[in-house]
Ligand binder design. Structure first.
Ligand code: SF4
Length: 404
């Protein structure tokens, strides 16, 4: 069977044990891709009712059959664990080259269990893995951790790491790769933090065989032609990436605005993709070989935020322009915070303050407060320690009907 190594890597951080295991063909044919096979190994013999922060919880990094091949637009790998935010199964996906490089190490899947005594990172290369000391990286941002690990492991190495938010077990902390790609949802960063796992580095160079390489070439050419047509037809997604959707969401009354009080935002133009496009020299930044290249870098190497980030940290928090969202997005990436849940909880706090449920002066549209709240959440300082629990828990703590 092509597209798989039929092999997984298993690492127990408590016992510093590293082993490999064959993946039976029946498991692959039954569960097929990253999510299916990952879910199978996550659930297999997992004790019921475990605490997401207990050593028994597993982190699975899973690739699909296209990763490590030349098929275009196939960057996403899955991270699967029990979510500390929801208490249930979590699958969260990240683009970039990490998944490709992991697959080229000769493994379809990595299972991590246990808890290291002190901070570590895992280094995976062709058919090999090592657990390495990361004490000097604890307290560092995701960008600093990635830079250091690349200096040790080689510049071709791909890294996912947690920031200070994950170390502090913020319930919606995430994994960041290549400074800007996120496995954003559900608190996978906090599970890494609970295991004293700062990062995973991969550097694979093995070639996985495919059934019909010629057909892949033909289909890649076809896809590239179709994207060129998008350009000719001036399809907004091609130029603006997902940020085009701000206008669409506003016009269809579904743009989260002022803590979901409204679906329209009269200042949406300040956040919309065409405004960002007009005011910046955007460099298209694909997450992997992909003719669409939906990512964009704007001035000073900063990211053009995705739709979800512009919506949740922008309109939902009452912001009127994209510049503040760009800064908030950068901070979230450095600290390793999910921009969606971060925007959600900050907008909730803004409404609580507006209604007098809390005494803090936190107003919708206040850019400075938004940035300082992000920092407080990551560091667990001041009101940020409570915000790091997420909206649902916070509404129960604060009571006063704020859950409605
Ligand atoms: S660049 Fe965008 S469209 Fe292309 S694979 Fe990555 S996320 Fe998908």
């Amino acid at each position: 069977m092509k597209g798989y190594w039929k092999k997984l890597l298993k690492i127990n951080l408590t016992h510093k044990k590293i082993e490999t295991e064959k993946i039976p063909k029946e498991v692959i044919t039954k569960y097929l891709g990253a999510k299916g096979i990952g879910a199978y190994y996550f659930m297999k013999d997992l004790p019921q009712g475990i605490d997401p922060f207990s050593p028994e919880n597993r982190i699975i990094l899973a690739t699909g059959p296209f990763q490590g091949t030349d098929i275009l637009s196939t960057g996403r790998f899955a991270t699967i664990t029990k979510s500390p935010l929801t208490g249930i199964f979590l699958d969260t996906y990240c683009g970039g080259m990490f998944g490709h490089s992991l697959k080229r190490c000769g493994f379809d899947l990595v299972i991590i269990e246990g808890r290291a005594e002190k901070p570590v990172y895992i280094s995976i290369t062709n058919e090999m893995a090592q657990i390495k000391d990361a004490t000097n990286l604890w307290g560092k941002t995701t960008a600093e951790a990635e830079k250091y690990i690349k200096s040790q492991e080689g510049k071709e190495t791909k890294v996912v790491s947690i920031g200070i938010a994950g170390e502090n077990r913020v319930l919606f902390s995430c994994l960041i790769s290549e400074k800007r790609r996120a496995s954003g949802r559900g608190g996978a960063g906090a599970v890494f933090g609970s295991k004293n796992l700062k990062a995973i580095a991969v550097n694979g160079t093995m070639n996985i065989s495919v059934h019909d390489p010629q057909k892949i070439k033909e289909l890649n050419q076809k896809a590239t032609q179709a994207v060129k047509q998008m350009h000719k037809n001036k399809v907004p997604f091609y130029f603006y990436g997902t940020s085009w959707a701000i206008e669409y969401a506003h016009k269809t009354d579904r743009l989260p605005t002022l803590n979901f009080k409204k679906g329209e935002w009269e200042h949406y133009k300040g956040l919309n993709g065409d405004t960002i496009y007009r005011e910046n020299k955007i460099i298209q930044n694909p997450c992997c070989p992909c003719p669409i290249a939906c990512g964009g870098i704007i001035s000073e190497g900063k990211d053009r935020p995705e739709y979800e980030t512009l919506a949740m940290l922008g309109a939902n928090c009452g912001l009127k322009n994209y510049q503040a969202v760009v800064e908030a997005n950068e901070l979230c990436n450095l600290y390793g915070l999910d921009t969606i849940s971060t925007g959600n909880v900050i907008a909730f706090v803004m409404e609580c303050a507006e209604k007098g449920i809390i005494k803090e002066e936190i107003k919708f549209g206040d850019e400075k407060t938004l940035l300082s709240l992000i920092e407080e959440i990551a560091l667990g300082k001041g009101i940020g320690a409570q915000l790091g629990l997420g909206t649902k828990r916070l509404s129960k703590i604060w009571g006063n009907d704020c859950s409605s």
